[in-house]
Design a protein around this ligand. Structure first.
Ligand SMILES: *Cc1c(COP(=O)(O)O)cnc(C)c1O
Length: 399
């Protein structure tokens, strides 16, 4: 792994002007312990053996790289889908939780906390806690527990305790605040598993490294299939940015590979109902790091909107803020309707029903400018089963 890369954070966790660790003093010992130890633990052969074994036997890796021939014909280019939808629990999120639970064990922790919005990260966390027999507490805004009932039931079935949060807007940011409060009160025995490349240093780098398995596999699989490791384009959707960070990671220092990050424009960039942080966001501090976030004139965080629950986050990870600012990645934003149409299109052309988050990346395919000779890898971050109610409700827009 190149340490000289401009796309690795410096010692204080900065990617250019973004990143860092802006935390209350009471949280300092917890974050500092993690920062001092994470690289050593990740590099330890014993950790690597357990991590690789779980990725293989529990998660089901390597996930296939599938050449989507009918989709390719439709867009006049050669498209490969990286099938993260085939991971255990139906999305890439478990790559991170498997790694963090092994890290937590090596830090001597016995209790796990997490925040969740739509519930997908909560389920991925509850899953690995069950696997390891660890206590699991998931903070979730009360509004979200009502909107995402099946995921609450899944977490409970897996043995986790779901704590509904009734402060503020009763959504993700309030759940995050509550998780941080818990961590301050339980510094010795508790590890906080953050679900994306967000939060104070070292979380963005930790989660990016745990998701980097995606691009590590893509390079090997492309070499086998087409005789070269480098695609011309890598396309991924961005909520906080973890699946995109994993898909981009081993291509960051390969300038010939064009990186395309796709955000949710919701009802439209100018509608006031959007989650397109790279367009609407300004530098500010959210969840302990300096990054781009959607805020009003007083610096108050504004509620993001996307029909897709996994993309309605008001910020993006500091790595992505830097990829955008430095021009290394191109950002595209996609509204709800084209995303819904992309769900139907992939389902019918390839027999794969994607998650609504992933569909935003699919809907960007006609904007990236790929030609017949180009190789495009699209990270299929998750499967669509969880979104079936939404697909039924909007069936008319999808035809
Ligand atoms: C959570 C989720 C996302 C968004 O999270 P990132 O950290 O940006 O990857 C995207 N796709 C699926 C299927 C998800 O569950």
């Amino acid at each position: 792994m190149a340490t000289t890369s401009a796309f690795q954070p410096n010692a204080r966790g900065y990617y250019g002007e973004f990143g860092g660790a802006f935390i209350p003093e009471m949280l300092y010992p917890n974050v500092e312990e993690l920062r001092e130890q994470y690289l050593t633990i990740l590099a330890d052969p014993d950790f690597q053996r357990d991590y690789q074994q779980l990725l293989r036997d529990f998660v089901g890796r390597p996930t296939p790289l599938f050449e989507a021939k009918r989709l390719s014909a439709r867009y006049g280019t050669r498209i490969f889908l990286k099938r993260e939808d085939l991971c255990h629990t139906g999305a890439h999120k478990v790559n991170n939780t498997v790694g963090q639970i092994l890290l937590a064990q090596r830090l001597g922790k016995t209790r796990i906390i997490a925040e969740t919005g739509a519930g997908q990260h909560g389920v991925a966390t509850a899953t690995v806690c069950a696997l390891m027999g660890m206590e699991c507490i998931v903070y979730m805004g009360k509004t979200d527990t009502e909107r995402q009932r099946p995921n609450v039931e899944r977490m409970r079935l897996l043995g986790a305790e779901v704590r509904p949060v009734t402060s503020g807007s009763q959504t993700l940011k309030d759940a995050t605040n509550e998780a941080i409060r818990d961590w301050i009160s339980n510094p010795v025995d508790t590890h906080y598993i953050i679900g994306s490349v967000v939060g104070p240093h070292p979380y963005p780098d930790l989660v990016a490294r745990l998701q980097a398995i995606i691009s590590e596999e893509i390079r090997k699989q492309l070499l086998e299939k087409v005789g070269r490791e480098l695609p011309d384009y890598v396309v991924a959707c961005v909520g906080g940015g973890s699946n995109a960070a994993g898909a981009f990671y081993h291509f960051l220092d390969e300038p010939s590979v064009k990186l395309i990050a796709v955000e949710a424009a919701g009802k439209g960039i100018k509608s006031g109902h959007s989650a397109a942080t790279s367009v609407l966001g300004k530098p500010g501090i959210i969840h302990g790091s300096r990054t781009l976030l959607m805020q009003d004139e007083d610096g108050q965080i504004t509620e993001p909107y996307s029909l897709s629950a996994g993309l309605d986050y008001p910020g993006i990870g500091p790595l992505h803020a830097f990829l955008g600012a430095s021009g290394r990645a191109r950002f595209i934003s996609i509204e709800d309707e084209p995303a819904l149409r992309a769900v139907a299109e992939l389902s019918r052309l390839e027999g794969i029903i994607p998650a609504l988050e992933t569909a935003h990346a699919l809907a960007a395919l006609d904007q990236i400018g790929a030609g017949p000779e180009d190789i495009v890898v699209l990270n299929l971050s998750g499967r669509g089963d969880k979104d079936l109610d939404t697909y039924l409700k909007y069936a008319e827009q999808m035809h």
